[in-house]
Design a binder for this molecule. Structure first.
Ligand SMILES: [Zn+2]
Length: 311
């Protein structure tokens, strides 16, 4: 037992517990972004990055190459006996003509899930915070030439506003149109999708977890709030792409459909997170993956990183 405990202590930490909810980080992809940071964050200035270099470099920004560090990861939650995945990454075998590095991947995501004791049939709930290609990929997998739901027993929670946005015929040829066709529609056809909207303010998953709208990055972008015991967290999808956005919350990315609305949502959710001391889990942060912030004038400052091993 003593040896076992020692081994546990030296293994890189990838699971933490908040209240009764166990949270495990499953990293599918980790690489520098292809574009320079000022292209990804058009409103950011070189000075903003330099001023925050001491805590952003090297995990979140490489000053030498001027590239953003990006992870694509799934947050695996276990609560009330159920297994929940928050966002499903890139997926394998997908054709992504606009993003060749994400095309026809042969990654080991399912093996990484298996390594923490999760088989596809064990997943009860899949949350897509929004319907961009890097959040729905493992919704489906290719079996005998057909896209089928990867998680046969899961209910997939899909924001209705995003579903309707990408169901428009003219959206098929645009960004994320291919992902909608190969990763969202097959789940819908299989009868496993629940299209939720925010008309009641939230969509409750269980006693600790509830989805809420946070539009702007996409029309249906959403956050997942966790409240268990005295612990709080919020899974924010792509509301935050870099911790620079704590210090500069008005900086949005070129990836958003509506940058003004995305910024309004980010400020609202970060204010709430700071006031409730919620741990913030973005989809794409490398490093320790999640952080708590406090108010700093009309901006935010880092209070602490999550205890996950840094990548
Ligand atoms: Zn994303």
């Amino acid at each position: 037992m003593g040896v076992f405990r020692t081994l546990l202590n030296v293994l890189p930490m990838r699971t933490m517990t908040l209240g009764a909810v166990e949270i495990t980080r499953i990293v599918e992809w980790h690489a520098p972004a292809a574009a320079p940071i000022t292209e990804i964050f058009p409103d950011s200035t070189p000075r903003m990055w330099r001023e925050n270099e001491s805590w952003l470099a090297p995990d979140f920004w490489d000053p030498g190459t001027d590239r953003l560090g990006v992870a694509v990861q799934t947050w695996l939650l276990r609560n009330e006996g159920r297994t929940i995945l928050v966002d499903t990454g890139l997926g394998n075998d997908k054709e992504r003509p606009d993003r060749p590095v994400w095309s026809r991947l042969r990654g080991d995501f399912l093996e990484r899930l298996a390594a923490v004791g999760v088989r596809p049939e064990d997943v009860d709930v899949v949350v897509n915070t929004h319907l961009h290609a890097d959040h729905v990929g493992w919704n489906t997998r290719l079996v005998a030439g057909e896209w089928v739901p990867t998680f046969p027993n899961a209910t997939y929670l899909v924001p209705r506003a995003d579903f309707e946005h990408w169901a428009r015929p003219e959206a098929a040829a645009g960004p994320a149109g291919a992902a909608f066709a190969d990763s969202v529609l097959p789940v819908r056809r299989a009868g496993q999708a629940v299209l939720w909207d925010g008309s009641d303010g939230e969509y409750r998953i269980d006693g600790s977890l509830a989805l809420a709208p946070a539009p702007g990055h996409t029309p249906g972008s959403s956050v997942l709030r966790l409240a268990s015991g005295t612990d709080r967290a919020v899974f924010v999808g792509d509301l935050v792409h870099s911790p620079l956005q704590f210090a500069e919350p008005d900086c949005d990315t070129c990836l958003s459909e509506d940058q003004v609305e995305a910024t309004r949502s980010r400020r609202r959710i970060l204010e709430e997170a700071a006031d409730t001391r919620s741990l913030i889990f973005p989809a794409h942060l490398p490093g320790h993956g999640a952080a708590e912030v406090r108010r700093d004038g009309d901006k935010f400052a880092l209070s602490r990183w999550a205890p996950f091993a840094s990548i």
